[in-house]
Design a protein around this ligand. Structure first.
Ligand code: GLN
Length: 394
């Protein structure tokens, strides 16, 4: 008896690490470093300009009007109606708001929930690297196996032949992301065709990260999975209000999937966050009815990208093409022998400008000497950042 008690006391608390290869996300680390060194933060992707005052007012009004208790688990019905109308107008998609839309606390949560709903231990999921850093841990925490396919450097095109070769009987899903974080690459018709050729007649799901749907430049169009009924039937399509309305801190988004798939998604969702913030949903339901609020977003952000590109010409950085998202990649080949991570840290500490090393988006840390800069900032912020880089002698 005494022995047993002693054994019990001596037992250590032990957690078997579900994510042994993962530390703290690069966004948190670089933002902390930026704060520590008072650097201008062009790392983590978030705007530093104000969001629409009218939307803020609508949230305040909703709170005062008493919308402060739980909304429906799947999302406020009025918001799901507005989303269905938005995607009908924008993508000619006929989506049932009751059974095919779920409002989520952000796009990342929607992706995690979709992967959790479909992955069984040992299932393989194909992702394209550089890949947004949540995909891989989302797969592995569910016992899945991530199968990375590297986008060809420096064009960042998808090598569909390689994708084909990596398909096995265990392939459960392919994660696509357009406009792409971090490269700003946008899927073209040939990509859609190649994807179609690969998945048709298989049991492969598509997880489509479309959070930058409206941040698209140079006359490009967004090829949403919602546009292709044959692809949509196997897709979980994930969106973000934070990116559309410049309010990333609201953590609001949604997922669209066919009813049968959505049923499994909701099984997971109901025991995780259960439901999202009510007053914000009331406000978004109304605000979403005005397409002008996002119709000009591409032009607005392209203006920022072009301004940043123009200023950065004064430095030795070499831009890689970006057709969408919040991000512009720059090569520092020939400027420093440091790794991306070391260089990004040195720039933060010594030049006072934070960025993101693209190696953080590769499982094996592939390093092409490329940094990601977020240009979703006030012009004065971008100008001050470039001045600091110049003063540092770049
Ligand atoms: N999506 C944002 C980016 O890529 C960051 C999101 C986050 O910090 N988790 O920078």
């Amino acid at each position: 008896m005494e022995k047993a008690a002693r054994r019990f006391r001596m037992q250590e608390l032990f957690i078997h690490d579900k994510l042994p290869h993962v530390g703290t996300t690069i966004f948190t680390r670089m933002s902390a470093l930026a704060a520590q060194y008072k650097a201008i933060n062009l790392g983590q992707g978030f705007p530093d300009f104000p969001m629409d005052e009218q939307l803020v007012e609508l949230v305040c009004k909703a709170m005062r009007d008493g919308y402060n208790q739980y909304a429906h688990m799947n999302g406020l019905p009025a918001l799901r109606e507005s989303i269905a109308e938005k995607v009908a107008a924008g993508y000619k998609a006929n989506i049932n708001p009751d059974s095919e839309i779920t409002v989520t606390p952000g796009g990342t949560y929607a992706i995690f929930t979709a992967l959790t709903a479909i992955i069984q231990p040992g299932d393989e999921v194909i992702l394209f690297e550089p890949a947004y850093d949540s995909y891989l841990p989302n797969i592995e925490i569910n016992g899945g196996i991530a199968i990375p396919v590297a986008l060809s450097y420096p064009s960042y095109e998808i090598n569909w032949q390689e994708v084909k070769e990596k398909i096995t009987t265990r392939t459960k899903a392919i994660i696509i992301n357009s406009p792409h974080n971090p490269t700003g690459k946008v899927l073209q018709d040939v990509d859609i065709e190649a994807l179609r050729n690969i998945v048709t007649g298989t049991g492969i799901f598509i997880i489509s990260d479309e959070v930058y749907e409206h941040l698209i430049f140079d006359g490009q169009t967004h090829r949403s999975m919602l546009c292709y009924p044959d692809l949509l039937e196997r897709s979980f399509v994930c969106f973000s209000f934070g990116k559309t309305y410049h309010c990333t801190g609201w953590k609001m988004g949604y997922c669209i999937a066919p009813a049968k798939l959505m049923g499994y998604f909701r099984k997971v969702h109901q025991f995780n966050c259960f439901t999202c913030n009510s007053p914000v949903q009331v406000a978004l339901a109304e605000f979403l009815k005005h397409p002008d609020s996002y119709a000009s977003l591409g032009v607005f952000l392209q203006g920022k990208r072009d301004y940043f590109l123009m200023l950065m010409k004064q430095t030795a950085f070499k831009p890689l093409p970006s057709s969408g998202s919040y991000f512009q990649l720059y090569s520092f080949e020939g400027m420093s022998e440091s790794s991306e991570a070391d260089y990004a840290e040195a720039l933060t500490r010594e030049a006072g400008v934070a960025s993101i090393p693209v190696s953080a988006f590769y499982r094996d840390g592939t390093d092409h000497k490329v940094l990601r800069f977020c240009f979703a900032k006030k012009e004065s912020t971008l100008a001050a950042a470039v001045e600091r880089l110049k003063a540092y002698g770049i």
